[in-house]
Design a protein around this ligand. Structure first.
Ligand code: NAG
Ligand code: NAG
Length: 349
Protein backbone atom coordinates (compact mmCIF):
# COMPACT_ATOMS: atom_id res chain seq x y z
CA UNK A 1 0.00 0.00 0.00
CA UNK A 2 2.80 2.33 0.94
CA UNK A 3 4.32 2.42 -2.57
CA UNK A 4 0.92 3.17 -4.12
CA UNK A 5 0.56 6.15 -1.89
CA UNK A 6 3.75 7.92 -2.92
CA UNK A 7 3.07 8.15 -6.68
CA UNK A 8 -0.45 9.39 -5.92
CA UNK A 9 0.92 12.26 -3.86
CA UNK A 10 3.37 13.02 -6.62
CA UNK A 11 0.56 13.06 -9.16
CA UNK A 12 -1.51 15.52 -7.12
CA UNK A 13 1.52 17.74 -6.78
CA UNK A 14 2.24 17.84 -10.51
CA UNK A 15 -1.42 18.29 -11.38
CA UNK A 16 -1.58 21.46 -9.33
CA UNK A 17 1.52 22.68 -11.15
CA UNK A 18 0.13 22.01 -14.61
CA UNK A 19 -3.60 22.45 -14.25
CA UNK A 20 -3.68 26.15 -15.07
CA UNK A 21 -5.27 25.36 -18.42
CA UNK A 22 -8.84 24.10 -18.65
CA UNK A 23 -8.18 23.09 -22.23
CA UNK A 24 -7.41 19.89 -24.10
CA UNK A 25 -3.93 21.31 -24.53
CA UNK A 26 -1.81 22.05 -21.45
CA UNK A 27 0.30 24.78 -23.09
CA UNK A 28 0.66 26.94 -26.17
CA UNK A 29 4.21 27.11 -27.58
CA UNK A 30 5.01 29.68 -30.25
CA UNK A 31 7.64 30.00 -33.01
CA UNK A 32 7.88 32.59 -35.78
CA UNK A 33 8.13 36.29 -36.59
CA UNK A 34 6.46 39.57 -35.57
CA UNK A 35 3.01 38.18 -36.30
CA UNK A 36 3.41 36.12 -33.10
CA UNK A 37 6.39 37.65 -31.19
CA UNK A 38 5.36 38.75 -27.70
CA UNK A 39 8.56 40.70 -27.04
CA UNK A 40 11.72 38.60 -27.42
CA UNK A 41 13.39 41.35 -29.46
CA UNK A 42 13.35 43.63 -26.38
CA UNK A 43 16.20 41.51 -25.05
CA UNK A 44 18.50 41.40 -28.08
CA UNK A 45 20.35 44.25 -29.81
CA UNK A 46 18.22 44.99 -32.87
CA UNK A 47 16.34 47.92 -34.35
CA UNK A 48 13.33 45.65 -34.98
CA UNK A 49 11.59 46.60 -31.74
CA UNK A 50 8.28 47.98 -30.58
CA UNK A 51 8.69 48.33 -26.81
CA UNK A 52 7.64 51.97 -26.75
CA UNK A 53 4.42 53.94 -27.10
CA UNK A 54 2.08 54.00 -28.93
CA UNK A 55 2.66 50.22 -29.31
CA UNK A 56 0.61 48.46 -26.65
CA UNK A 57 -1.74 51.40 -26.06
CA UNK A 58 -4.71 48.99 -25.95
CA UNK A 59 -2.83 46.18 -24.18
CA UNK A 60 -3.95 45.48 -20.58
CA UNK A 61 -2.41 48.34 -18.59
CA UNK A 62 -1.68 50.31 -21.78
CA UNK A 63 1.81 48.81 -21.83
CA UNK A 64 4.16 48.51 -24.78
CA UNK A 65 5.41 44.91 -24.58
CA UNK A 66 7.35 44.39 -27.78
CA UNK A 67 4.30 43.06 -29.60
CA UNK A 68 3.99 44.77 -32.98
CA UNK A 69 0.42 45.79 -32.24
CA UNK A 70 -1.71 48.21 -30.26
CA UNK A 71 -2.84 45.26 -28.15
CA UNK A 72 -2.75 41.49 -28.13
CA UNK A 73 -1.63 39.16 -30.92
CA UNK A 74 -3.03 35.80 -32.13
CA UNK A 75 -1.20 33.44 -29.69
CA UNK A 76 -2.70 35.43 -26.78
CA UNK A 77 -6.24 35.17 -28.19
CA UNK A 78 -5.83 31.53 -29.17
CA UNK A 79 -4.47 30.55 -25.75
CA UNK A 80 -7.33 32.37 -24.05
CA UNK A 81 -9.87 30.86 -26.45
CA UNK A 82 -8.60 27.38 -25.54
CA UNK A 83 -9.10 28.07 -21.83
CA UNK A 84 -5.44 28.79 -21.10
CA UNK A 85 -3.85 32.05 -20.03
CA UNK A 86 -4.71 35.26 -21.98
CA UNK A 87 -1.11 36.41 -22.43
CA UNK A 88 1.78 34.32 -23.79
CA UNK A 89 5.10 35.57 -22.32
CA UNK A 90 8.31 35.97 -24.30
CA UNK A 91 10.94 33.37 -23.43
CA UNK A 92 13.72 35.95 -23.09
CA UNK A 93 11.72 38.11 -20.68
CA UNK A 94 13.53 37.77 -17.31
CA UNK A 95 10.43 38.74 -15.33
CA UNK A 96 8.95 35.31 -16.19
CA UNK A 97 10.23 31.89 -15.22
CA UNK A 98 9.56 28.26 -15.93
CA UNK A 99 6.43 28.17 -13.78
CA UNK A 100 4.86 30.68 -16.23
CA UNK A 101 6.42 29.16 -19.32
CA UNK A 102 5.05 25.73 -18.41
CA UNK A 103 1.59 26.84 -19.59
CA UNK A 104 2.74 28.75 -22.66
CA UNK A 105 5.85 30.39 -24.04
CA UNK A 106 6.91 32.34 -27.11
CA UNK A 107 10.23 31.91 -28.95
CA UNK A 108 9.28 34.10 -31.93
CA UNK A 109 11.33 37.08 -33.08
CA UNK A 110 10.11 39.98 -35.20
CA UNK A 111 11.94 40.25 -38.52
CA UNK A 112 12.98 36.61 -38.74
CA UNK A 113 12.25 34.05 -41.46
CA UNK A 114 12.75 30.46 -42.55
CA UNK A 115 15.96 31.60 -44.27
CA UNK A 116 19.03 32.39 -42.08
CA UNK A 117 19.76 35.33 -44.37
CA UNK A 118 16.43 36.94 -43.44
CA UNK A 119 17.16 37.14 -39.71
CA UNK A 120 20.56 38.66 -40.56
CA UNK A 121 18.93 41.70 -42.22
CA UNK A 122 17.90 43.30 -38.92
CA UNK A 123 19.97 41.12 -36.58
CA UNK A 124 17.18 39.15 -34.98
CA UNK A 125 16.82 35.55 -33.76
CA UNK A 126 17.19 33.03 -36.59
CA UNK A 127 14.74 30.13 -36.64
CA UNK A 128 17.46 27.60 -35.73
CA UNK A 129 18.17 29.66 -32.59
CA UNK A 130 14.47 29.64 -31.67
CA UNK A 131 14.82 25.85 -31.70
CA UNK A 132 17.93 26.06 -29.49
CA UNK A 133 15.93 28.13 -26.98
CA UNK A 134 13.17 25.54 -27.16
CA UNK A 135 15.71 22.81 -26.27
CA UNK A 136 16.86 24.87 -23.29
CA UNK A 137 13.21 25.29 -22.28
CA UNK A 138 12.73 21.52 -22.44
CA UNK A 139 15.62 21.04 -19.99
CA UNK A 140 14.15 23.56 -17.57
CA UNK A 141 10.71 22.02 -17.90
CA UNK A 142 12.08 18.55 -17.12
CA UNK A 143 13.82 19.89 -14.03
CA UNK A 144 10.59 21.61 -12.98
CA UNK A 145 7.97 18.91 -13.69
CA UNK A 146 10.04 15.75 -13.86
CA UNK A 147 10.99 14.07 -17.12
CA UNK A 148 7.80 12.07 -17.57
CA UNK A 149 5.40 14.92 -16.99
CA UNK A 150 7.47 17.30 -19.07
CA UNK A 151 7.48 14.89 -22.02
CA UNK A 152 3.74 14.44 -21.72
CA UNK A 153 3.19 18.18 -21.66
CA UNK A 154 5.48 18.73 -24.65
CA UNK A 155 3.62 16.11 -26.70
CA UNK A 156 0.16 17.41 -25.75
CA UNK A 157 0.95 21.13 -26.12
CA UNK A 158 -0.28 23.09 -29.11
CA UNK A 159 2.53 24.56 -31.20
CA UNK A 160 1.72 27.71 -33.19
CA UNK A 161 4.03 28.66 -36.04
CA UNK A 162 3.73 31.81 -38.12
CA UNK A 163 6.63 32.86 -40.33
CA UNK A 164 7.61 33.47 -43.97
CA UNK A 165 6.44 36.95 -44.95
CA UNK A 166 9.84 38.50 -44.15
CA UNK A 167 11.67 36.01 -46.36
CA UNK A 168 9.93 37.57 -49.35
CA UNK A 169 9.34 41.20 -48.39
CA UNK A 170 12.35 42.00 -46.21
CA UNK A 171 14.84 39.70 -47.92
CA UNK A 172 14.14 38.37 -51.44
CA UNK A 173 12.50 41.46 -52.95
CA UNK A 174 14.65 43.97 -51.04
CA UNK A 175 18.21 42.63 -51.19
CA UNK A 176 20.18 41.38 -54.21
CA UNK A 177 21.69 38.13 -52.83
CA UNK A 178 18.86 35.62 -52.95
CA UNK A 179 17.53 37.11 -56.21
CA UNK A 180 20.87 36.43 -57.88
CA UNK A 181 20.79 32.83 -56.65
CA UNK A 182 17.13 31.85 -57.10
CA UNK A 183 14.10 32.61 -59.23
CA UNK A 184 11.02 33.31 -57.08
CA UNK A 185 9.77 29.76 -57.56
CA UNK A 186 13.15 28.29 -56.66
CA UNK A 187 13.24 30.47 -53.58
CA UNK A 188 9.78 29.21 -52.58
CA UNK A 189 11.07 25.64 -52.85
CA UNK A 190 14.19 26.54 -50.87
CA UNK A 191 11.95 27.88 -48.09
CA UNK A 192 9.68 24.82 -48.22
CA UNK A 193 12.74 22.59 -47.64
CA UNK A 194 13.72 24.75 -44.67
CA UNK A 195 10.16 24.54 -43.33
CA UNK A 196 10.28 20.74 -43.67
CA UNK A 197 13.59 20.55 -41.76
CA UNK A 198 12.23 22.79 -39.02
CA UNK A 199 8.99 20.81 -38.61
CA UNK A 200 10.89 17.50 -38.54
CA UNK A 201 13.17 18.90 -35.84
CA UNK A 202 10.16 19.83 -33.70
CA UNK A 203 8.72 16.35 -34.24
CA UNK A 204 11.96 14.67 -33.16
CA UNK A 205 12.00 16.90 -30.08
CA UNK A 206 8.53 15.66 -29.15
CA UNK A 207 6.02 18.11 -30.65
CA UNK A 208 2.90 16.45 -32.07
CA UNK A 209 0.11 19.04 -32.39
CA UNK A 210 1.39 21.76 -34.67
CA UNK A 211 -0.51 24.55 -36.39
CA UNK A 212 1.40 26.06 -39.29
CA UNK A 213 0.03 29.40 -40.49
CA UNK A 214 0.21 30.29 -44.16
CA UNK A 215 1.13 33.69 -45.55
CA UNK A 216 -1.34 36.60 -45.38
CA UNK A 217 -2.30 38.57 -48.51
CA UNK A 218 1.12 40.27 -48.45
CA UNK A 219 0.31 42.60 -51.32
CA UNK A 220 -2.36 44.34 -49.24
CA UNK A 221 -0.06 45.32 -46.37
CA UNK A 222 -0.10 49.16 -46.35
CA UNK A 223 3.67 49.30 -46.95
CA UNK A 224 3.26 47.27 -50.15
CA UNK A 225 0.34 49.43 -51.29
CA UNK A 226 2.45 52.52 -50.78
CA UNK A 227 4.92 51.28 -53.40
CA UNK A 228 2.08 50.56 -55.84
CA UNK A 229 1.97 54.08 -57.22
CA UNK A 230 0.97 53.11 -60.75
CA UNK A 231 -1.90 51.04 -59.33
CA UNK A 232 -3.36 53.91 -57.23
CA UNK A 233 -2.14 52.18 -54.05
CA UNK A 234 -4.35 49.16 -54.51
CA UNK A 235 -3.16 45.71 -53.35
CA UNK A 236 -0.13 44.39 -55.24
CA UNK A 237 -1.64 41.40 -57.00
CA UNK A 238 1.70 39.69 -57.77
CA UNK A 239 2.50 39.58 -54.06
CA UNK A 240 -0.92 38.18 -53.21
CA UNK A 241 -0.59 35.55 -55.91
CA UNK A 242 2.83 34.64 -54.59
CA UNK A 243 1.36 34.17 -51.10
CA UNK A 244 -1.33 31.89 -52.56
CA UNK A 245 1.23 29.88 -54.49
CA UNK A 246 3.49 29.49 -51.46
CA UNK A 247 0.53 28.53 -49.27
CA UNK A 248 -0.32 25.82 -51.80
CA UNK A 249 3.18 24.41 -51.37
CA UNK A 250 2.92 24.60 -47.57
CA UNK A 251 -0.35 22.67 -47.74
CA UNK A 252 1.39 20.01 -49.80
CA UNK A 253 4.19 19.80 -47.23
CA UNK A 254 1.66 19.47 -44.38
CA UNK A 255 -0.05 16.53 -46.11
CA UNK A 256 3.28 14.86 -46.83
CA UNK A 257 4.62 15.16 -43.27
CA UNK A 258 1.35 13.90 -41.76
CA UNK A 259 1.76 10.78 -43.87
CA UNK A 260 5.45 10.30 -43.12
CA UNK A 261 5.57 10.94 -39.38
CA UNK A 262 3.45 8.66 -37.15
CA UNK A 263 1.38 10.44 -34.51
CA UNK A 264 1.96 13.86 -36.00
CA UNK A 265 -1.08 16.15 -36.15
CA UNK A 266 0.12 19.00 -38.34
CA UNK A 267 -2.58 21.51 -39.31
CA UNK A 268 -2.40 24.16 -41.99
CA UNK A 269 -3.94 27.35 -40.68
CA UNK A 270 -5.13 29.25 -43.72
CA UNK A 271 -5.39 32.92 -42.77
CA UNK A 272 -5.24 34.27 -46.33
CA UNK A 273 -8.94 34.34 -47.22
CA UNK A 274 -10.30 35.60 -43.92
CA UNK A 275 -7.65 38.33 -43.89
CA UNK A 276 -8.51 39.30 -47.48
CA UNK A 277 -12.22 39.43 -46.64
CA UNK A 278 -11.48 41.81 -43.77
CA UNK A 279 -9.44 44.01 -46.11
CA UNK A 280 -12.03 43.99 -48.91
CA UNK A 281 -15.06 44.56 -46.68
CA UNK A 282 -13.90 45.98 -43.34
CA UNK A 283 -17.41 47.22 -42.49
CA UNK A 284 -18.66 43.62 -42.37
CA UNK A 285 -16.29 43.13 -39.42
CA UNK A 286 -16.99 46.41 -37.63
CA UNK A 287 -13.88 48.06 -39.07
CA UNK A 288 -13.59 51.20 -41.21
CA UNK A 289 -10.11 51.62 -42.70
CA UNK A 290 -8.13 48.93 -44.53
CA UNK A 291 -5.81 50.87 -46.82
CA UNK A 292 -3.52 52.53 -44.28
CA UNK A 293 -2.43 51.66 -40.74
CA UNK A 294 -3.38 53.62 -37.62
CA UNK A 295 0.14 54.58 -36.57
CA UNK A 296 1.51 57.75 -38.18
CA UNK A 297 0.40 58.34 -41.74
CA UNK A 298 -0.21 54.59 -41.89
CA UNK A 299 1.62 54.32 -45.22
CA UNK A 300 5.15 53.39 -44.16
CA UNK A 301 5.66 53.72 -40.40
CA UNK A 302 6.56 50.73 -38.26
CA UNK A 303 8.98 49.98 -35.42
CA UNK A 304 11.00 53.13 -34.56
CA UNK A 305 9.17 55.17 -37.22
CA UNK A 306 5.95 54.56 -35.33
CA UNK A 307 6.51 56.52 -32.13
CA UNK A 308 4.50 58.60 -29.70
CA UNK A 309 5.64 61.89 -31.30
CA UNK A 310 4.13 61.09 -34.69
CA UNK A 311 1.25 63.61 -34.93
CA UNK A 312 -0.73 61.64 -37.53
CA UNK A 313 -1.55 58.55 -35.45
CA UNK A 314 -5.27 57.76 -35.49
CA UNK A 315 -7.57 58.18 -32.50
CA UNK A 316 -9.19 54.75 -32.48
CA UNK A 317 -7.12 51.79 -33.62
CA UNK A 318 -10.20 49.58 -33.29
CA UNK A 319 -11.50 51.06 -36.55
CA UNK A 320 -8.35 50.05 -38.43
CA UNK A 321 -7.52 46.73 -40.05
CA UNK A 322 -3.82 47.54 -39.67
CA UNK A 323 -2.07 48.98 -36.65
CA UNK A 324 1.14 50.05 -38.44
CA UNK A 325 2.16 49.78 -42.09
CA UNK A 326 3.02 46.08 -41.74
CA UNK A 327 1.02 44.62 -38.85
CA UNK A 328 -2.65 43.97 -38.13
CA UNK A 329 -4.48 45.81 -35.36
CA UNK A 330 -5.61 43.99 -32.22
CA UNK A 331 -9.14 43.86 -33.60
CA UNK A 332 -7.97 42.11 -36.77
CA UNK A 333 -5.83 39.74 -34.68
CA UNK A 334 -8.90 38.88 -32.63
CA UNK A 335 -11.06 38.20 -35.70
CA UNK A 336 -8.40 36.02 -37.31
CA UNK A 337 -7.80 34.11 -34.05
CA UNK A 338 -11.52 33.48 -33.58
CA UNK A 339 -11.65 32.21 -37.15
CA UNK A 340 -8.74 29.82 -36.49
CA UNK A 341 -10.45 28.58 -33.31
CA UNK A 342 -13.60 27.84 -35.30
CA UNK A 343 -11.77 26.05 -38.11
CA UNK A 344 -8.33 24.41 -37.90
CA UNK A 345 -8.18 24.52 -34.08
CA UNK A 346 -11.83 23.67 -33.34
CA UNK A 347 -10.96 20.14 -32.20
CA UNK A 348 -9.00 21.54 -29.25
CA UNK A 349 -11.94 23.46 -27.80
C1 NAG B 1 8.91 31.83 -10.46
O1 NAG B 1 8.68 33.15 -10.01
C2 NAG B 1 7.69 33.23 -8.98
C3 NAG B 1 7.38 34.70 -8.72
O2 NAG B 1 8.53 35.45 -8.72
C4 NAG B 1 8.21 32.50 -7.73
O3 NAG B 1 7.26 32.56 -6.72
C5 NAG B 1 8.49 31.06 -8.12
O4 NAG B 1 9.07 30.36 -7.04
C6 NAG B 1 9.43 30.97 -9.33
N1 NAG B 1 9.47 29.58 -9.76
C7 NAG B 1 10.58 28.93 -10.10
C8 NAG B 1 10.44 27.50 -10.48
O5 NAG B 1 11.67 29.49 -10.15
C1 NAG C 1 21.59 28.29 -40.68
O1 NAG C 1 22.56 28.57 -39.69
C2 NAG C 1 22.80 27.52 -38.76
C3 NAG C 1 23.78 28.00 -37.70
O2 NAG C 1 24.91 28.53 -38.27
C4 NAG C 1 23.32 26.29 -39.51
O3 NAG C 1 23.48 25.23 -38.61
C5 NAG C 1 22.33 25.91 -40.59
O4 NAG C 1 22.87 24.85 -41.36
C6 NAG C 1 22.05 27.10 -41.50
N1 NAG C 1 21.03 26.71 -42.48
C7 NAG C 1 21.23 26.78 -43.80
C8 NAG C 1 20.15 26.29 -44.68
O5 NAG C 1 22.26 27.23 -44.29
Amino acid sequence: MENLYIPWLFLVHTLTLVAKCRAKVPAVIVFGDSSVDSGNNNFIPTIARSNFQPYGQDFPGGQPTGRFCNGRIPPDFISEGLGCKPIIPAYLDPTHNISDFATGVCFASAGTGYDNATSDVVQVIPLWKEVEYYKEYQKKLKAYLGVRNAKKLLSEALYLISIGTNDFLENYFTLPNRQSQFTVKQYEDFLIDLAADFLKKLYVLGARKISLAGLPPMGCLPLERTTNIMGQNSCVEERNNLALEFNGKLKGLVAKLNEELPGLDLMFSDVYYIFLQIIKRPSAFGLEEARVGCCGTGTFEMSFLCDQFNPFTCQDANKYVFWDAFHPSEKTNRIISEYALKTSLAKFL
